[in-house]
Every structure is written in structure tokens, then in C-alpha cells.
Design a binder for this molecule. Structure first.
Ligand SMILES: [Mn+2]
Length: 372
């Protein structure tokens, strides 16, 4: 698919809400826009990846379609949206085997896939024995509206002072990008680390911001006012501890942002106070740099060496990655906690609780109460 650019002059004095990487979380989208009191007076910009990696891909597409009818919404294409649309419409020729492989992998990883949801709704549960050639025309017919909607999503939205794109752009001469292959702009991995600067503020999703954490792990958006880049992806669906990030500006000229976030982790209420460990000394092990050396293996937690630094990590987070001992998504950071703080529970051990507070994950060793 070629890059398409939608241009919009955003109205004055209306709130601008931005979100990305919904990844099949219709309930999360509904909850988070309600939290922000989203209304017809607001503008909502959805920076791509509506589907997959979550339980409600089909519902999410339909919810976004519905919001587009009732509210001012600018949805954009994500790389996953484009992949699915290309398979479903055979843009690159029949490739049902890959589509099916993806769908069954998705079931293993995330418990759902768009194709499974479509087949379930048709009353024909998808199995390894499904005759894909016979299924495709029926899927296309029954879900024509949803598939066409995915295919209609533009690559880039340009406003008075911002450029929205799922992955990233190499430069902001948009007229040169129009008509070129959209895929590199949708799947521009780690765009933030490319170090580029822009005149207009470039707002992206796609690459979980937590991967850019140099010390303690944070899932909140990156707002870089010098290089004019905003990254929204809170790793919802990709990581259990991930979240949807909805960033709200009072109007398009404003430089103030309010964050609303959503995750589906259980909540505990802290009973004790805990002081934070030094943030600059904390380490986070992301999934793209996760080799560790074992110092001592324990039952619940083990001691490992990560980039030369000893860390205590949950033993269950240690795994063999193609012969390399690895550990992911953990940190030695200890959060600052006050009694009555509500904490999102990621992992409960006798050693302590691995939790998230205000978009930052870390350890809490105090007592707590369970809440729903
Ligand atoms: Mn993506």
C-alpha cells in the first residue's frame, strides 16, 4: 500500500485526544475515553494498530467505526492493520498459510486473533483443518465493511502543527513521502532512538516507550519538546504490564498534556510506606537486550548479572533464548509507596510484589489489601 496523507485543520478551543496501539482492547478504549469525558466537542486521533494481540479485535474495529460516525475521530493505519488487510484482501496474492500460521500463533500468545473472532462470529470455528480457500470469500463478504474500513485508514495525518504516523518518518517533507511504500513508515522500529528532530511535532505509536527506559521502567508516553517527538505506545497487549495511554491537550496550540492510562491488572492497596531506590541506579531488562548470567538460582527469585550488575529477578522470568540465558521485563527498581496507594499487581511473590504505579513498574515489599 502506498503512503496516503490526510490533512486536517483542527478547530480552535477543542480538546485533542491521542492514543495508539489499541491492539484489540475495545473495553480499554471505552474505559479510557470515558475517564477523559470524551465528548462530541473533542477530537480523537488514533495512531494505528487497532487490532491483534488482544481479545477483541473485531469489536475494536467496530467501536472505532462507530466513534467515527458519532464523534470527530481521525484513525490511522498501523503495520498490523495493514498486514491483516493485505492478507484478507489478497493484496500480495493468496497467502492463507501465513495468515493461518499467524492466527494460530496469536492464539498461543494472546488467546485471540481477528481471523478467529471472524470465524467464531460466522459460526465456523477456525481449526487447522479449515479449508481456507473456501473460507476467504465468505469472510470477505460477511466482514466487507470492517475490512474496507481497515483498508481506508490513511498513513499520515498532518495538522497545523503536528504530524501523526504509526511508526515514524525519516523527514517531514511529506510530499516526498506521499505515494511511497507505506510499510516502512508504519513499521519504523525504535523511531525515537533514531535521534531525528522536526519542526512540527511528530506523534507516533508502534514502539513501546518502555523499551527506551534507560534506568527504571516507565510505560508513560515520551514527550520530547526539543526534538518535537511524542511516542504514545504503552505496550498494551504486548506486555501483561502494558497500558493504553491517552494523551489529552486542551487545544491544538497548547503545550500542556494530561495523561489517562488504562490496564487490566488487578489492584492492591498498599498499607505501608516505602522509599524509592535511586532512579539513576535502577536497571530495566527489556526484551531486546535480555542476556543475563546466573549468580545463584533460587525458588522464587534468583540472582543474576545483567550488564555486569547483580540483580534479583523472579526465577520464573528466566528462560533459555536460543542457548542464551535470558530474563525479560523486570527491574531492580523499588517504588516510592505511601499507605493507601493503589498499585497494579503484575506478580505476587513472598519476596515482594512486582507492581506498577503511575506508569512505572518496580518492587513493593510492604503489606497490602486486595481490591477487585
Ligand atoms: Mn505497530
Amino acid at each position: 500500500m502506498n503512503t496516503t496523507i490526510r490533512r486536517a485543520a483542527l478547530p480552535d478551543d477543542r480538546r485533542i485526544l491521542m492514543i495508539s496501539d489499541l491492539h484489540g482492547h475495545a473495553d480499554g478504549l471505552r474505559t479510557i475515553v470515558n475517564k477523559a469525558n470524551f465528548s462530541r466537542d473533542d477530537v480523537l486521533i488514533i495512531v494505528g494498530d487497532l487490532i491483534e494481540k488482544g481479545p477483541q479485535s473485531l469489536q475494536t474495529v467496530r467501536l472505532v467505526m462507530e466513534l467515527c460516525r458519532t464523534h470527530t475521530v481521525y484513525p490511522l493505519m498501523g503495520n498490523v492493520d495493514l498486514w491483516r488487510w493485505e492478507f484478507l484482501t489478497e493484496q500480495r496474492g493468496p497467502d492463507w498459510q501465513r495468515m493461518a500460521d499467524y492466527a494460530f500463533n496469536a492464539i498461543t500468545w494472546w488467546g485471540s486473533s481477528l481471523l478467529h473472532e471472524m470465524c467464531a462470529e460466522m459460526g465456523e470455528p477456525l481449526t487447522r483443518d479449515t479449508d481456507m480457500d473456501a473460507l476467504l470469500p465468505r469472510v470477505r463478504k460477511q466482514f466487507r465493511e470492517e475490512i474496507d474500513f481497515l483498508g481506508s485508514l490513511p498513513t499520515i495525518l498532518e495538522t497545523q502543527n503536528m504530524i501523526f504516523v504509526h511508526g515514524g518518518i525519516p523527514h517531514e517533507r511529506l510530499e516526498e513521502l506521499a505515494g511511497t511504500d507505506a510499510f516502512p513508515l508504519l513499521k519504523y522500529d525504535d523511531f525515537y532512538s533514531a535521534g531525528l528532530s522536526f519542526q512540527k511535532t511528530v506523534v507516533t505509536g508502534h514502539w513501546p516507550t518502555v523499551l527506551c527506559s534507560k534506568t527504571y521502567p516507565t510505560y508513560s508516553p515520551i514527550i520530547d519538546r526539543e526534538r518535537h517527538i511524542i511516542c504514545l505506545d504503552g505496550a498494551c497487549g504486548v506486555k501483561t504490564e502494558g497500558q493504553l495511554n491517552l494523551l489529552v491537550m486542551p487545544d491544538w496550540k497548547s503545550e500542556d498534556f494530561t495523561l489517562f492510562s488504562w490496564d487490566d491488572l488487578p489492584i492492591i492497596t498498599a498499607l505501608d510506606a516505602q522509599t524509592s531506590s535511586p532512579r539513576e541506579e535502577a536497571r530495566y531488562i527489556p526484551w531486546n537486550d535480555h542476556a543475563v548470567e546466573l549468580i545463584e538460582k533460587g525458588g522464587e527469585v534468583s540472582r543474576v548479572l545483567y550488564h555486569g550488575k547483580p540483580m534479583t529477578v523472579p526465577t520464573q522470568y528466566i528462560f533459555d533464548h536460543n542457548g542464551v540465558l535470558s530474563c525479560i521485563d523486570t527491574t531492580d527498581y523499588e517504588l516510592e509507596v505511601k499507605p493507601d496507594d493503589r498499585l497494579s499487581l503484575i506478580l505476587k511473590l513472598n519476596y515482594g510484589c512486582f507492581v506498577k504505579k503511575d506508569s512505572v513498574s518496580g518492587w513493593y515489599f510492604g503489606r497490602y489489601d486486595h481490591q477487585s
